[in-house]
Design a protein around this ligand. Structure first.
Ligand code: SF4
Length: 358
């Protein structure tokens, strides 16, 4: 363990086997200290960023059948819904009133919605709110759209971008190991498909985020494999772009929320969450930003994660429907985030999706 610690302290890249050893055997306090040191190397000014945005879920109808999801309803179910365009516009209007100009738009894989639904929606929103930032459609949704619209991935991304898509959220990654995915979901993008969407978006100069949902069927080896795939893809995207300002902007990890889900079981512990975030900070040496998930962990653990390599508090989440469907409901508005960050000894600063400080 000392040899791995020494390599981290020297600023060297660690191998997947070493990340696994840290996850399995390093003490929580040592992991925190190591990850904090790595965080300080990149963000030595003590700034912790956050963004004001709103999570808009446009439909809960979905044919992917993920056993860990409490949010979706299958096609033709009585409780299925798709929000009218006007209602989405109203939500954007409310976001502007609270000082935000970004929405994170995501939804189920609704077989009735083809690409023209998204193009019309994006054009309509951009016509009414020209400086709106559309952080929209996870990789599995994009795969669903190109399959159901009989298009190629490139055509789909180009059409969505022409209509107003600005960046792509990292949702739907769960764990990037096909064997685990097969046990969790029936009809959702494979590892190769998830990677391909982000790879292609990066090639087009679009920024995306990366996520990991853990604490369900996966092993620690699977978690490391997931992180390794992200690091490899980020290496390739930075190499292709010829600048470190490319590819993923951030990594966001959260624990599976078992309430009201078919999968059920227990939630991972706070220590497990903090250990995993610390190892992510140490291993993902080509990621600038590691984001807290206070929406699943609660504000107190979210702030505690700032001592475990995290440097971003994420979004004010004016609205959230997916995690709350599993019974987990936490709120932090802008003043609460600012106060909590200051209380922890950091400097709060608002940012854009591309981590430009405001
Ligand atoms: S997690 Fe997403 S893709 Fe899976 S069932 Fe829920 S809404 Fe559908």
């Amino acid at each position: 363990m000392e040899a791995i610690e020494a390599r981290v302290l020297d600023g060297e890249r660690i191998a997947p086997g070493e990340a696994l050893a840290l996850l399995e055997r390093e003490s929580l306090t040592h992991l925190g200290a190591l990850a904090d040191m790595v965080r300080r190397r990149r963000h030595g000014d003590g700034v912790v960023t956050y963004i004001i945005d709103r999570n808009v879920n446009y439909t809960n109808v979905c044919n992917a059948f993920c056993s860990f999801c409490a949010f979706y309803r299958p096609p033709h179910h009585d409780e299925g819904w798709t929000i009218p365009y006007e209602a989405i516009e109203k939500k954007v209007e409310e976001t502007y009133a609270l000082g935000g100009n970004q929405i994170l738009l995501q939804g189920g894989h609704n077989p009735k919605l083809k690409i023209d639904y998204y193009e019309d929606l994006f054009r309509r929103l951009k016509a009414r709110f020209p400086d709106l930032w559309l952080h929209a459609l996870s990789a599995p949704e994009i795969v669903h759209i190109y399959r159901s619209s009989r298009l190629t991935l490139r055509e789909t991304l180009e059409r969505l971008r022409a209509a107003g898509l600005d960046s792509i959220p990292g949702g739907g990654a769960e764990i990037l190991v096909d064997d685990v995915r097969r046990r969790l979901m029936k009809n959702k993008a494979s590892v190769a498909e998830w990677i391909e969407v982000h790879e292609e978006a990066h090639r087009m100069g679009m920024r995306t985020t990366a996520t990991m949902m853990f604490g369900h069927k996966e092993t620690l080896v699977d978690r490391v494999e997931h992180l390794d795939r992200l690091r490899d893809l980020q290496d390739a995207s930075i190499r292709n772009a010829g600048t470190p300002d490319a590819g993923f902007t951030a990594f966001i990890g959260w624990t599976f929320q078992p309430g009201n889900t078919e999968l059920g079981g227990k939630e991972a512990t706070t220590a497990e969450y903090l250990r995993t975030m610390a190892v992510a900070r140490i291993f993902l040496d080509n990621f600038d930003n590691i984001q807290a998930s206070w929406v699943t962990q609660g504000p107190k653990v979210g702030v505690a994660s700032l001592a475990f390599g995290v440097n971003d508090m994420g979004s004010t989440m004016i609205e959230e429907n997916v995690v709350s469907s599993a019974g987990t409901v936490f709120h932090m508005d802008e003043p609460a985030i600012v106060a909590a960050v200051k209380d922890a000894g950091f400097v709060p600063m608002r940012r854009t999706m591309n981590y430009q400080r405001l």
